[in-house]
Write a protein that binds this ligand. Structure first.
Ligand code: PLP
Length: 223
């Protein structure tokens, strides 16, 4: 493999930390005292000062099979050389069909079609759009409300922040994200901490949905 292709840019080589606007990060704080990573293998990152750091979240759940797997790097390398990219607009390539076919075999029930997206945020917004379009084309075109939960995280696109329960993420966008109700959150240490299996407490959190649905039968303009 071409080792030179692997980024080993360390802090000393970076001209400035200013241009990159980091997501979900206190930028000024980080840039005053940056924690830079330069390599990864298996479960560990290597920091720019040489320390090994356990990647406890598997790269925020993007690297569940571990870092630097040679067989994955080689497969990606081969694919890049053979067919690096092909649009799926009015044309196709075998890999996408093959992957979709393999995926539906693993999925339960009648989940038998796959629509690919590039991130969880895009997947959530796509799912919301599909649900609305499904009912618009079916018997219930007025069925257009969503129910989320306070504190829930469903990504950063408009649909995801709307059904999500992080109020600060919606702060400037509430006009663009109407039509969503939020149930109370489920974080209750007094009742749910250290439960084995399903906690005995919490039915009320589900029952709340009935009230929300009853209210939602009225169009937002009627409320
Ligand atoms: C439930 C849920 N929805 C959506 C997302 C957004 O995914 P992404 O960061 O790939 O956009 C996440 C990410 O953690 C998630 O946990």
């Amino acid at each position: 493999m071409a080792e030179a292709a692997i980024s080993t840019v360390s802090l000393s080589e970076a001209q400035s930390l200013d241009a990159f606007w980091m997501p979900f990060t206190a930028n000024q704080q980080f840039k005053a005292n940056p924690r830079m990573l330069v390599a990864a293998a298996g479960m560990y990152y290597t920091a720019s000062d040489g320390r090994k750091i356990l990647d406890g979240t598997a790269g925020l759940w993007c690297v569940n099979v571990g870092h630097g797997r040679r067989e994955i790097a080689e497969a990606v390398h081969q694919q890049l050389l053979q067919l690096d990219y092909a649009s799926s607009f009015q044309m196709g390539h075998g890999g996408a069909f093959q992957f979709a076919e393999r995926l539906v075999k693993l999925l339960p029930g009648d989940l038998n079609h796959v629509f690919f997206t590039n991130s969880g945020s895009e997947a959530v917004d796509t799912a919301l759009k599909l649900a609305i379009a499904y009912h618009a084309l079916g018997d219930e075109p007025s069925r257009q409300r969503f129910v989320g939960r306070e504190r829930a995280y469903h990504g950063v696109n408009l649909g995801g922040i709307a059904v999500g329960g992080i109020a600060t993420n919606r702060r400037f966008f509430s006009e663009l994200t109407p039509g969503v109700d939020h149930l109370g959150h489920t974080h209750n240490l007094e009742h749910n901490a250290f439960s084995r299996g399903q906690p005995l407490w919490g039915e009320a959190l589900a029952d709340e949905l009935e009230t929300v649905v009853e209210n939602a039968v009225l169009k937002p303009s009627q409320r």
